[in-house]
Design a protein around this ligand. Sequence first.
Ligand code: PEP
Length: 250
Amino acid sequence: MRKPIIAGNWKMFKTSSEAVSFLAEVKGKAEIDGVESVICAPFTALPSLVKAAEGTTIAIGAQNVHYEDSGAYTGEISGGMLKELGVKYVIVGHSERRAYFGETDEIVNKKVHAAFRHGLTPIVCVGEKLEEREAGQTKEVCRVQTEGALQGLSAAQAAEVVIAYEPIWAIGTGKSSTAADAEDVIAYIRSVVKDLFGQSTADAIRIQYGGSVKPANVAEYLGQPNIDGALVGGASLEPASYVQLIEGAK
Ligand code: PEP
């Protein structure tokens, strides 16, 4: 059985001390048997957050990683640097990074491989733009992005990946995909994984929905057979709301 996974994506919010206060508030409450709880924080908050999460079941993730292990890449952070901090997950290919920082499917794929080289679990984001949805291209876009991201992985590695299906028009807009629409696309993404790696990998890989998920609608998404969790931006920033998201995933 796939364990549901709720991951908060804090984007460029929260200083290190704000992150530690948040963790103190959710400790104990955002730790529920049968649900994996992950916080993906800005780089600067990661060391103190990993320390604050010690002894809890809350895992800490980064929001980006460079694809090389070291080198003259001013301002970048490598997988080894994250691993040494005790970071477990890393978001790769978020639509904001694809849109504002020029991340292509090829770069996303290199980052996925970098994550595995350093023992990090990638949360790979895929999803269509509004105009692509309106042109009936949703599944094709998701197929190309999924195939691109997972290229060159072994079946065992692919089974470890978390995919986040995030329709771009639903991110931070308050507009969310219906649970039925999200289920339809996510079931399709699982079939793409099956075509690439076989049935057992498709059965094992966890696929989240993301896009204006909140405490009020999280259970509806998680109630769908193929939706294994949520990647949540805005609603993950308040401790009470984050706890409710974890509770709603049970
Ligand atoms: C996200 O940042 O990945 C996201 C889905 O944001 P929001 O929940 O705010 O739509």
